[in-house]
Design a protein around this ligand. Structure first.
Ligand SMILES: [Mg+2]
Length: 211
């Protein structure tokens, strides 16, 4: 089961778009984001980030953001996204995509060639990471397999690794993107740590304990 942001999709354009809306240099906005991610518990809370760049009223700009960002584009996908999905399927894995995303990403990802058995976007499901209900619902999308037979692959320790492990799934941490590089798995709950989806394809079998 694959996350979207910073797992399949490079979110550079998300933050470039916010920089344009606020008239900030991209360097400033992205550096402040990095600072807020690494600045302790819950520090990547959106309110704090937008407070720091002096735009606590950012929600008012959401329609402008949606218009400028538009749909996902082919080069928003990480270069290994489609080949990893393909490779996992060829190796006999069932593949699903579930994430905290607007409902329309489902069709947008399909339009980019993401062909998987099930897709669940939080806005459509009405449940969000890191709630347990999100992980329960995503298992239902695959016909409720035993959680221990399912790996959840995501870039964030707080939203992906810790709750997936709590849901008794195999937690795979992909260390890319700002959250993936700045977070720390202090309690060592990840079953497997990789740096790319190419590496995931090579090492996915290690996510399961030796039988
Ligand atoms: Mg993510």
């Amino acid at each position: 089961m694959l996350d979207v942001g910073e797992t399949l999709v490079d979110e550079t354009r998300v933050f470039r778009t916010w920089a344009q809306i606020f008239g900030l240099p991209e360097f400033t906005l992205m550096a402040v984001l990095g600072g807020s991610i690494s600045n302790g518990e819950k520090a990547d809370d959106w309110r704090r980030f937008f407070d720091l760049i002096n735009h606590p009223d950012w929600q008012d700009s959401r329609p402008d953001f949606e218009e400028r960002y538009g749909s996902l584009r082919p080069d928003d996908l990480y270069p290994d996204a489609l080949r990893a999905i393909d490779g996992l399927k060829r190796r006999g894995y069932r593949v699903a995509v579930t994430a905290n995303q607007p409902a329309r990403r489902h069709a947008e990802l399909e339009a980019l060639g993401v062909e998987v058995e099930a897709m669940g976007m939080s806005d459509a499901m009405g449940v969000f990471k890191p709630e347990m209900a999100f992980f329960d619902r995503t298992l239902e999308l695959l016909g409720s397999p035993a959680p221990g037979d399912v790996a959840y692959v995501g870039d964030r320790v707080d939203n992906d690794v810790v709750p997936a492990a709590a849901a008794r799934m195999r937690a795979v941490w992909i260390r890319r993107g700002p959250w993936g590089l700045l977070h720390e798995d202090r309690d060592g709950v990840a079953d497997l740590v990789v740096r790319s989806l190419d590496e995931l394809l090579e090492r996915i079998d290690e996510a399961w304990p030796r039988r």
